[in-house]
Write a protein that binds this ligand. Structure first.
Ligand SMILES: NC(=O)c1ccc[n+]([C@@H]2O[C@H](COP(=O)([O-])OP(=O)(O)OC[C@H]3O[C@@H](n4cnc5c(N)ncnc54)[C@H](OP(=O)(O)O)[C@@H]3O)[C@@H](O)[C@H]2O)c1
Length: 263
């Protein structure tokens, strides 16, 4: 029980990654507060966790709404006395961005993912940090993707958005680590189990000229293992990084690409 009695808040908990991380945190002993823009998917994850004996509470919170994020975290503090872990797993898909060549993309659509991803991460991290400073401890986490570090075609501002989030992880840590707060990101490769990866592929399928199976093989062949990682592997790493066993790690994004990207 690596997270026994820890209090965790997860943003985007109704999504594939947020849901997997929430379940893994709960199995590791954490009390989890699940939030999402729509209530239904978050409720389902919470019900699963509770039916397996875990502690979970669901709420509708728009992670781009400063007031909603703040009020929800105050609710968490009122209920639990503190927050130990903040995990931002928000994903902002837009089929009108993915698949459009950069030369054809208008400036608003280019900027949208950069603004939305960084604002959401900034808001959730800042809100948590303000509470964690008082306790002198806490872990702030998020998830990014390979386009942060290497060029992929037809992804609009998605790569710059992921790179900006990784820069924010370093900056947050530089300011917060002296006060006992660690800030660590996770960068998996594409997770074929997730609808979001398949949808992002489908928006580009024609231009890429490959099938879904061929595309997964292309991505897998870039890894040393010749396979893509799983949601379960990502979630187990999230548990470890959130735990006190990872006390020596902050100010970085963990490379879970199994060799696709060199450090
Ligand atoms: N899937 C992959 O292969 C992969 C690999 C590497 C990195 N990532 C990154 O991991 C993150 C999550 O990916 P995923 O596959 O789990 O995506 P997902 O299944 O689409 O989940 C994203 C979740 O974010 C929620 N959300 C969107 N806008 C929100 C907002 N303003 N406030 C609160 N919640 C909001 C969505 O809720 P609604 O459905 O209600 O909008 C959804 O539940 C993304 O940043 C993605 O770039 C994914």
């Amino acid at each position: 029980m690596m997270l026994q009695d820890k209090v965790a808040v997860i943003y985007g908990a109704g999504g594939a990654i947020g849901g997997a991380v929430a379940r893994a945190f709960a199995r590791a002993g954490s009390r989890v507060f699940l939030t999402g823009r729509s209530r239904g998917p978050v409720d389902l994850v919470a019900q699963d966790i509770v039916s397996e004996g875990g502690s979970a509470e669901a709420a509708m919170v728009d992670a781009l709404d400063e007031r909603a994020v703040d009020e929800h975290l105050q609710h968490v503090i009122d209920r639990s006395g503190r927050v130990d872990i903040s995990f931002n797993a928000v994903g902002i898909p837009d089929p009108e961005i993915i698949g459009v060549p950069l030369v054809d993309l208008d400036v608003e659509r280019f900027s949208l993912p950069i603004t939305a991803y960084t604002t959401s991460y900034f808001l959730t991290a800042r809100t948590a940090a303000r509470r964690m400073v008082a306790d002198g401890s806490g872990v702030i986490m998020t998830v990014t993707a390979i386009p942060s570090r290497t060029g992929f075609p037809l992804q609009g501002g998605y790569g710059p958005a992921q790179a900006a989030k990784e820069a924010l992880t370093r900056a947050l840590s530089a300011e917060l680590a002296p006060q006992g707060i660690r800030v660590v990101g996770l960068r998996p490769n594409g997770l074929p189990e997730t609808d979001s990866l398949k949808e992002a592929f489908e928006s580009r399928a024609q231009a890429l000229g490959t099938s879904w199976d061929e595309w997964q093989q292309v991505l897998a062949n870039r890894t040393h293992t010749r396979r893509l990682s799983t949601l379960a592997e990502l979630a187990e790493m999230a548990v470890f990084i959130a735990s006190d066993k990872a006390s020596g790690m902050t100010g970085t994004t963990v490379n879970l690409t199994m060799g696709s990207l060199d450090d």
